[in-house]
Every structure is written in structure tokens, then in C-alpha cells.
Design a protein around this ligand. Structure first.
Ligand SMILES: Cc1cc2nc3c(=O)[nH]c(=O)nc-3n(C[C@H](O)[C@H](O)[C@H](O)COP(=O)(O)OP(=O)(O)OC[C@H]3O[C@@H](n4cnc5c(N)ncnc54)[C@H](O)[C@@H]3O)c2cc1C
Length: 399
């Protein structure tokens, strides 16, 4: 593996750096830096429109649908610079998840209807997979779709549906054949969230924010033309999508930013007149996280090198999910520890731009507790880390 970038790649990196430095609105950058997991939907959409205008709305898509045609090294450089520049994460449900399903398996009409609004930031999506009794064991899902003429009538209950309250569309797994084996009786539907019979109820997470939802479907009429490809083959498309969900999950750039912030906070905050960064034990803990992050970066680079050689990421990508989320959680904990008592006061509106009161404690502590509480869930969603370990045990270690 050659880790030295070529002159062309370095020129590309400069172009990306320059674009991100000049085109990302400063307020959005500041808000993202404070709490990267809390970017408002309006900021995400505004930024998506800027990326789209540049032709970078969906770098991973095929060129004919609006992708950039970058090779794997360019994509790696772009991702690293993107995260290092405090850019908001693109809404993943449309661009990274459902769009690849649509352009790979969808009809021409579905491509024409959906890909444009997704890449241009004009349609937001949510993911209707999980149900109260079906999370890790997703194939047991019960939401039922019964054919009625040209439509399906859908009844069921989805849960943990992130951003359903902002979404225009939901991609949804439904059971179309209750007699078949669980994986064989599932279909993949695209559902307009304004259809009568859909009720979205908020779930407030422990950070006090509204991000998650329950979605109730009560006799929701969905045209059969909104089904992706074949009836009862939805599991194939669902698994294809989950592969895309893991892409970029390592978050190396984001964690690098967190380490910088941690060193800043630990170098400033004083206990008995001494900065925490002077404490050898605390420094060693930062060092351990940094070493783990470096190892993760090299694993990402190895996977990238395989992709450059035309091979898929493979089940090893599960290690990215496990290490990436564990490192992030460790860094969040160290940041909370470094802020000591100032981490305790918790105004849930601390990140609200309309808030008039100054932060309690130093500015560099704003948003840390929110981020810490919300990201406890990172080891659960996107396939829990226990499930990822199961994949490694089976597919990599052949246990
Ligand atoms: C913040 C957040 C956002 C989410 N957003 C969405 C969304 O937008 N759309 C959506 O559809 N879903 C979403 N989810 C749901 C998420 O995909 C599920 O929570 C996840 O798949 C786990 O399912 P579960 O919660 O039912 O837990 P369960 O599957 O009941 O698991 C409970 C525990 O048992 C462990 N476990 C289960 N099976 C095994 C096994 N075979 N081996 C070892 N351990 C096992 C799990 O790791 C976990 O610790 C979100 C969840 C969270 C927390």
C-alpha cells in the first residue's frame, strides 16, 4: 500500500480544502463544530444545496446520476477533508441509503422521480426498518402490506425512525407474504409521508431532544408502482442498503477533531492550579485513544486500497463500525471528564441559536454533554456492535 499522495492527488486535496473553507457558511461551521450530531435540518439542507451546485452533491453515485466519478483515493481525501472542516454530515437516508437502491434496482420512473430531489436537497427521507419487536432480528418484522387493486394497504408500527418528522418520504420494509420464510415475504416500499393514515409521534431521547419517532401506519394506501423491483424480494434490497449504511461509519476525521478539542479543553481547564493535560494518567488515556484512532485510520486505508483494486469492502468493514463508535464514545467521555463540574448543568437548549442567555461555564464546553448522551446510541444503531462482532466471528474468523 503506497501511502504517499501523488501531485495530482495533492492538487485535488487543495481544491477540496479551498472549497470547504470558502463555501461552508461560517455559522453552520460553528454550530457543527460545537455539536456535530445536532445539526439542524435547515443547515443540512442549505449545505446540500451548496454541494449540489458545486457538482459534489453525491460523490459516491455513478456519474450518470450526478456522481463525481472520483476514484477511491479522491473519495478518501474528500471524506477526510470534509470531516476535518466541520461540515455537517449529509442526511444519510436519501443520499447514502435509498438512492443506491433506487439507481440499482428501481424502475426508470422511480429514478426520474426521486434521484433529482435527493441530490439537490429538495427531498428528505427516513428509514422505516425497525419495529417494536424487530431490531437486530429485522426479518421478523410485522408491518403488513396487502394488495388492493393498483395499491397496497399498509398497516403497522415502525419505531426509532430518525428524522421522520422532517421527512418527505420513507423507505419501508413491509411483509407481503406472511406464509413464506421470514426473509422471503418482505417487500421494499417508497412511501410519501403526506399519505393519509400516517402518524408520526416523537420519542424524546435522554438528551432531551426530538430526533427519534414512532411511525404508525393505518390503512396507508401506497401505489404498487412505489415498490422497488420484485414483490417479496425486499430483503435482498434491504441488505444491499445496509452495506451502504456502513460506508464512512469510521468517522476518523470527526474523531480527530474531537481529539484536538479534547487537548484544547484539557490544556485549559485547571484543577488545583494544574491543567488536566499535565496529568500523566489523563495524558496516557488521550494517547491510547489516539493510537486506537491511528489504527482505525490504517484499517480504513487498507479497505480503501482494496476498493481501489476493484474489491468490495467485505465483512471487515464491521471493524470500522465497532472501533469508530467505541473511539468516539471514549473521546466524548474524556471531554466530559475534562469539563468536570461544568459538564453537569444541562440546558437542553444550549445549542439553540435563539437562546439569549450565555452558556453556563466556558464556551468550549457547550454541547459536550448533548453530544455525549446522544452518541451513547452509536453502538446500537446501524447494526449494534454485538451484531457486528457476530459478523466478524462468522465471516472473517470463520468461528
Ligand atoms: C438513535 C437511534 C436511531 C435509530 N434510527 C433508526 C432509523 O432511522 N430507522 C430504523 O429503522 N431504525 C433505527 N434505529 C433502530 C436500530 O436499528 C435498532 O435499535 C438496532 O437495530 C437494535 O435493535 P433493538 O433496539 O430492537 O435491540 P435488540 O435487537 O432487541 O437488541 C437488544 C440487545 O441485544 C443484543 N443482541 C441482539 N441480538 C443479538 C445477537 N444475535 N448476538 C449478540 N447480541 C445480540 C443487541 O446488540 C442489543 O445490545 C435507531 C436506533 C437508535 C438507538
Amino acid at each position: 500500500m503506497d501511502l504517499v499522495f501523488s501531485p495530482d492527488e495533492l492538487a485535488f486535496r487543495d481544491e477540496v480544502k479551498d472549497f470547504l473553507a470558502t463555501k461552508l457558511p461560517e455559522q453552520i461551521r460553528l454550530r457543527t463544530r460545537l455539536a456535530p450530531s445536532y445539526v439542524a435540518s435547515e443547515d443540512t439542507v442549505a449545505w446540500q444545496k451548496i454541494l449540489y451546485a458545486q457538482g459534489w452533491g453525491a460523490p459516491n453515485w455513478p456519474v450518470e446520476h450526478g456522481g463525481t466519478g472520483w476514484n477511491a483515493v479522491q473519495k478518501y481525501i474528500y471524506d477526510a477533508e470534509y470531516q476535518a472542516a466541520d461540515c455537517p454530515r449529509q442526511s444519510p437516508f436519501g443520499i447514502a441509503m435509498v438512492a443506491p437502491v433506487i439507481y440499482t434496482f428501481g424502475s426508470e420512473d422511480q429514478k426520474a422521480q426521486h434521484l433529482g430531489p435527493i441530490i439537490s436537497g429538495n427531498a428528505l427521507w427516513c428509514q422505516g426498518y425497525s419495529e417494536p419487536g424487530s431490531g437486530s432480528d429485522l426479518a421478523s418484522l410485522q408491518t403488513r402490506a396487502v394488495r388492493d387493486g393498483e395499491d397496497y394497504l399498509v398497516n403497522g408500527h415502525k419505531i426509532w425512525t430518525s428524522h421522520a418528522h422532517h421527512a418527505d418520504w420513507m423507505f419501508c420494509l413491509v411483509r407481503t407474504d406472511p406464509e413464506a420464510k421470514p426473509q422471503r415475504g418482505i417487500s421494499f416500499l417508497l412511501i410519501d409521508m403526506t399519505t393519509p393514515g400516517i402518524t408520526v409521534k416523537p420519542i424524546i431521547s435522554m438528551d432531551g431532544h426530538h430526533y427519534l419517532n414512532e411511525v404508525f401506519l393505518d390503512n396507508v394506501r401506497v401505489p404498487a408502482t412505489n415498490r422497488i423491483a420484485e414483490e417479496n424480494k425486499g430483503w435482498t434490497y434491504a441488505k444491499f442498503l445496509l452495506g451502504h449504511e456502513r460506508t464512512g461509519i469510521a468517522g476518523v476525521g470527526k474523531s480527530k477533531r474531537k481529539i484536538e478539542r479534547l487537548k484544547d479543553v484539557a490544556g485549559t481547564e485547571r484543577n488545583d492550579g494544574r491543567a488536566l493535560l499535565e496529568d500523566a494518567t489523563f495524558r496516557a488515556r488521550i494517547g491510547r485513544a489516539e493510537v486506537a484512532l491511528r489504527a482505525l485510520e490504517y484499517t480504513s486505508l487498507r479497505i480503501m486500497a482494496r476498493e481501489s483494486a476493484g474489491q468490495g469492502p467485505g465483512p471487515e468493514a464491521s471493524t470500522l463500525k465497532i472501533s469508530g463508535t467505541e473511539i468516539e464514545q471514549t473521546l466524548n467521555e474524556l471531554l466530559i471528564e475534562a469539563m468536570a463540574y461544568y459538564a453537569a448543568p444541562y440546558p437542553a437548549d444550549a445549542l439553540d441559536p435563539e437562546r439569549n442567555e450565555p452558556p453556563i461555564g466556558p464556551d468550549h464546553g457547550v454541547g459536550l454533554m448533548q453530544e455525549h448522551l446522544l452518541r451513547r446510541a452509536a453502538t446500537i444503531y446501524g447494526g449494534s456492535n454485538e451484531i457486528q462482532r457476530g459478523i466478524i466471528a462468522k465471516a472473517v474468523l470463520e468461528l
